[in-house]
Design a protein around this ligand. Structure first.
Ligand code: NDP
Length: 454
């Protein structure tokens, strides 16, 4: 049977665009891609990129305060959200064009339209056009979810935060994950009175416990009013803002409320269930390690599969799919070791096992040091950095590396190479310290802080 395309990609985000570009540009496939909103997806349009630019914007008051401590006659004026937003919009337009042009240059035909499945090889566009494709790749990403009870309350999610007309004077952020914690730091840095509610015992569930505690302390020291074990019980719109009563009895009024309570794969109405494809409990498409669903012609990559919802993972999954299906080289992304950074202030860079995960696997030595870095110490700040290595007692391999410090995202990228190569503690010890830096602590910790197991 002759198909209109070798590949039809639904979704123009990081995963879909990479898969389409590699399939068309490197492997010569005839490829079409449909995107219903803007090319670039969550990362470029309403995620990593605008978030990181807001992180930069929010860091300047701290920089100026440090500059004063270093002898500069520096003053920070008012923050002009309108100016920042126009510049942000222009930058996102530029990036969107780059995504579109790169895909186009590779030979990908782009449809600015919603697409759904009409069969195992059939795609239907919202304008009524139908196409056939030998393979269909779903890369529709995910979207923020607000708890059912508050869905109609008109609060913001991370989708709306970049579209605010003005900066609120006060904000309540609900959630304790990546997004909630990053935005709490951003708003706090921008001078917004920031409160964060998290229902659990400590933010950033799943990460190394010592690191989580360290970050939470630093965030509170920086002025964030963090309430642990706290959820919203009542919420009411009033003239003065949104009045909220917490499960702890605490109440307050906030100009804005931001829910960062998780994300859900975008599979609603795609037509997958009609084809007999059973979805995961949160709507994710189950796939094998080659990203193939139970319908052989249909693959899925990125957040829609809810494996590890990170841009570089989505890109690798998309690339591996294209190499497997069109390049004749079966390739898959190994989700076992993922270095990542959380852009709280201070940042958190992490790779490998947490202390808790490693302990459960066998005997380990933990090397951990918390200290006041030179730069902030001189400026009279109490900020502390944390450097931590988890080492397998039997093999001496470094199983985990966790850094809470300014620029730890940059540091963990490189430490991640060593950990991925299977570096041992002896390899770290043999490496000469780069002095004076914060990261030198990673190669100068000689005595375990704690040891577990025989
Ligand atoms: P997460 O799943 O990380 O966090 C969701 C948070 O909301 C958790 O603290 C969760 O609590 C809480 N929560 C969930 N449901 C409710 C509820 N009904 N009431 C109150 N609280 C609730 O999701 P995020 O939205 O923060 O981020 C989504 C994904 O995006 C991340 O997993 C990450 O992969 C990616 N991301 C990556 C970034 C980076 O690389 N720097 C930045 C931003 C996002 P509990 O812990 O108790 O379940």
């Amino acid at each position: 049977m002759a198909f209109d395309y070798d590949l039809f990609v639904i979704g123009g985000g990081s995963a879909g665009v990479r898969a389409a570009r590699i399939a068309a540009g490197e492997h010569g496939a005839k490829v079409a891609l449909a995107e219903e909103y803007r090319m670039g997806g969550t990362c470029v349009i309403r995620g990593c990129v605008p978030k990181k630019l807001m992180v930069f914007a929010s860091s300047f008051p701290g920089e100026v305060a440090d500059a004063q401590a270093y002898g500069w006659d520096a003053q920070i004026g008012a923050f002009n959200w309108g100016q920042f937003r126009s510049q942000l919009d222009a930058e996102l337009d530029r990036l969107e064009r780059a995504y579109r042009n790169n895909a186009g240059r590779a030979g990908v035909e782009i449809f600015d339209c919603r697409a759904t499945l009409a069969g195992p090889h059939e795609v239907r566009l919202a304008d009524g056009c139908e196409f056939t494709a030998k393979h269909i790749l779903i890369a529709t990403g995910g979207r923020p979810v607000v708890p059912e009870k508050w869905r109609e309350a008109g609060c913001m999610t991370s989708n709306e935060v970049f579209l605010m007309d003005r900066l609120p004077k006060s904000i309540l952020i609900v959630g304790g994950g990546y997004i909630a914690s990053e935005f709490a730091c951003i708003f706090n840095g921008l001078g917004v009175k920031t409160t964060q509610f998290y229902r659990g015992a400590q933010i950033l569930r799943g990460f190394d416990e010592e690191a989580r505690g360290h970050i939470a302390n630093e965030m509170q020291d920086n002025g964030i009013d963090l309430h642990l074990g706290t959820d919203i019980m009542e919420m009411e719109r009033r003239d003065s803002g949104t009045w909220v009563k917490a499960t702890t009895g605490h109440d307050g009024t906030y100009e804005a409320v931001l829910f960062a309570t998780g994300r859900r794969p975008n599979t609603d109405g795609l037509g997958l269930e009609e084809l007999g494809l059973e979805l995961g409990p949160n709507g994710a498409i189950p796939v094998d390690r080659y990203s193939q669903s139970r319908i052989p012609s249909i693959y899925a990559v990125g957040d829609v599969t809810d494996r590890a919802n990170l841009t570089p993972v989505a890109i690798r999954e998309g690339h591996a799919f294209a190499d497997t299906v069109f390049g004749g080289t079966p390739t898959y992304f190994d989700h076992g070791l993922i270095p990542t950074a959380i852009f709280t202030q201070p940042e958190f860079g992490t790779v490998g096992l947490s202390e808790e995960e490693a302990r459960a696997q066998g005997p380990v030595d933990v090397y951990s040091t918390a200290f006041r870095p030179m730069r902030s110490l001189f400026a009279g700040r109490n900020a502390r950095a944390l450097m931590k290595l988890i080492v397998c007692r039997k093999t001496d391999k470094v199983l985990g590396c966790h850094i809470v410090a300014e620029h730890s995202g940059e540091m963990i990228q490189l430490a991640g190479v060593a950990v991925a190569m299977g570096a041992t503690k002896a390899d770290f010890d043999r490496t000469l310290a780069v002095h004076p830096t914060m990261a030198e602590e990673l190669v100068t910790m000689r005595t375990p802080t704690r040891s577990y197991g025989d």
